[in-house]
Design a protein around this ligand. Structure first.
Ligand code: SF4
Length: 102
């Protein structure tokens, strides 16, 4: 059986689309971003879903549903901290304002 491994590029594709749609942006620090993308890809292959790499998969399906990326927490985290817990999704305005300040 040839099961295709999930790659960080696969995860990059849908997280970029989601970020665009939601008005967020992905972490501009490629190295940090790739670590998270790789973590999600690994979880997809190990646990079957795009679980957050920065949270613990408990094995309880209902609990774990909350941490399928984009998790139920990310909007609030981005709202209050400017980015989600994993620093994958960022609030757009912040970055743009930072750029303007330079
Ligand atoms: S913290 Fe960020 S990367 Fe982790 S699941 Fe939530 S949205 Fe995805």
């Amino acid at each position: 059986m040839s099961e295709k491994k999930t790659t960080k590029e696969d995860v990059h594709a849908w997280t970029s689309k989601y970020a665009d749609k939601a008005g967020y942006m992905l972490n501009p620090d490629e190295e940090m971003r790739d670590l998270v993308l790789e973590g999600i890809a690994k979880n997809k292959d190990t646990h079957g879903k795009n679980y957050c790499p920065c949270r613990i998969v408990t094995g309880d399906e209902i609990e774990d549903k909350k941490i399928v990326c984009p998790c139920i927490y990310h909007k609030e985290e981005i709202e209050s901290d400017g980015s989600c817990h994993c620093d994958l999704f960022f609030r757009k305005e912040d970055q743009e304002e930072d750029e303007k300040e330079d």
